[in-house]
Ligand binder design. Structure first.
Ligand code: PLP
Length: 401
């Protein structure tokens, strides 16, 4: 047997993917499963962006491009950061990557030395700790308490920063809990960060456009002039423009870091797909882009409120109201110690497995996000599905003895 590199055993199999695969297999067998696992909008990519891609192909944009991307896209992203986020990144401070995920991974690879510590507020997006491990770093989790809406506090942050702390991840609005920091809360964290000029912040702003209840989004690096030098800002087209499969992510940050990332990328993937680049710029500049974002945002807001109300009405379930992204993250730990069909419910994994088998509803256990007491439900699905799924969950909970 061909021996594998040690690094392949550093990272764990994704529980999220395992649940998703099982749900899809059940559907293939003809079982009617309600899927709450989706990490992507259920809307299609707007037609004008698809048309721009067809035109790019017809114009022959099918060859190698510069590593960061075509200059037009670099300029457009720079303009977006300047106008929408108050971040004065120049085009040479921008690069792109194959989705937000690849951008984050390249940045960890460019900045972490063995043993460097990365501070990750929990609950967190599943890939952060795995990418950190692959890049040789050490994860230090700062627990966001449910009573604080899952948000970490300035004293918690101050206490977590140690001599080996190199990077702090801020993800607001957040996957998996749908929480989002107010500008004041973010400023209070920024005040702690500026006292530690060697700490780098990765601000993952990919859910920027999906905020609810009038919450104002602010970019972390805009909160203090010093933070421009201390922060990398991550964004992508995946969630805002319903373009998950296109794999378009981008980073703004200090030029020497962007140059280092480009050096890595030039030997790995070279650049993102040529004929997606100008359509990605069109998405940012065409007024129809803003219109499609707003109509999707409004729909998610209505669904999110509805799902939250229905979850909160379930006995013994606690659910923080989502203020961004498209996820609810209810606490189902009151049901631990019960059982169904002879199967004990001991944590979110066993809860999710039993829910899938007995009630045919797929949710994502919070274990991979640092919370064994919670499950994630995506409201990137229709109101009808939300109601069907919540009816089933209600019946399932009644049967737990
Ligand atoms: C918080 C967060 N960051 C980054 C990503 C990666 O986005 P992409 O699909 O563009 O790679 C995701 C995707 O779910 C996410 O939830």
């Amino acid at each position: 047997m061909i021996p594998l590199a040690d690094r392949t055993s550093l990272i764990s199999e994704s529980i999220t993917l395992a649940v998703g695969a099982k749900a899809k297999a059940m559907q293939k067998q003809g079982i009617d499963v309600v899927l709450f696992g989706a990490g992507e909008p259920d809307f299609d990519t707007p037609a004008f962006i698809k048309d721009a891609a067809k035109a790019a192909l017809d114009k022959g944009q099918t060859k190698y491009t510069p590593t960061p991307c075509f200059p037009e896209l670099r300029q457009t992203i720079s303009d977006k950061f300047n106008k929408e986020n108050g971040l004065p990144y120049r085009p040479d401070q921008i690069t792109t990557g194959a989705g937000g995920k690849h951008c984050l991974y390249m940045a960890f690879m460019a900045l972490l030395n063995p043993g460097d510590e990365v501070l990750i507020p929990s609950p967190y997006w599943v890939s952060y700790p795995e990418q950190v491990k692959l890049a040789g770093g050490i994860n230090k989790i700062i627990r966001g308490e449910e009573k604080n809406g899952f948000k970490i506090t300035p004293p918690q942050l101050e206490a977590a920063i140690g001599p080996r702390s190199k990077i702090l991840i801020i993800n607001s609005p957040s996957n998996p809990a749908g929480h989002a920091y107010t500008p004041q809360e973010l400023k209070a964290l920024a005040d702690v960060v500026v006292k530690h000029p060697n700490l780098i912040v990765f601000s993952d702003e990919i859910y920027e456009k999906l905020v609810y209840d009038g919450l104002k989004f602010v970019s972390f690096a805009s909160l203090h002039p010093q933070l421009l030098e201390q922060t990398l800002t991550f964004n992508c087209h995946s969630k805002s423009f319903a373009m998950t499969g296109w794999r378009i992510g981008y980073i703004g940050g200090p030029k020497h870091v962007i140059d280092a990332i480009n050096k890595l990328q030039s030997q790995m993937t070279s650049h993102i797909t040529s004929f997606t680049q100008l359509p990605a710029a069109t998405a940012l500049t065409d007024p129809r882009g803003k219109e499609s974002i707003e109509s999707m945002r409004r729909e998610f807001e209505v669904r999110g409120h509805h799902m939250h109300e229905r979850l909160s009405a379930l006995p013994k379930v606690i659910c923080v109201r989502p203020q961004g992204a498209f996820y609810c993250f209810p606490n189902i730990s009151a049901y631990f110690g019960s059982q169904i069909a002879g199967r004990p419910i001991t944590d979110a994994v066993s809860f999710a497995a039993a829910l899938l088998d007995q009630a045919h509803v797929a949710v994502v256990p919070g274990n991979d996000s640092g919370f064994e007491t919670h499950v994630r439900l995506s409201f990137a699905t229709s109101m009808k599905e939300i109601d069907r799924g919540l009816d089933r969950i209600g019946e399932f909970l009644k049967k737990l003895g």
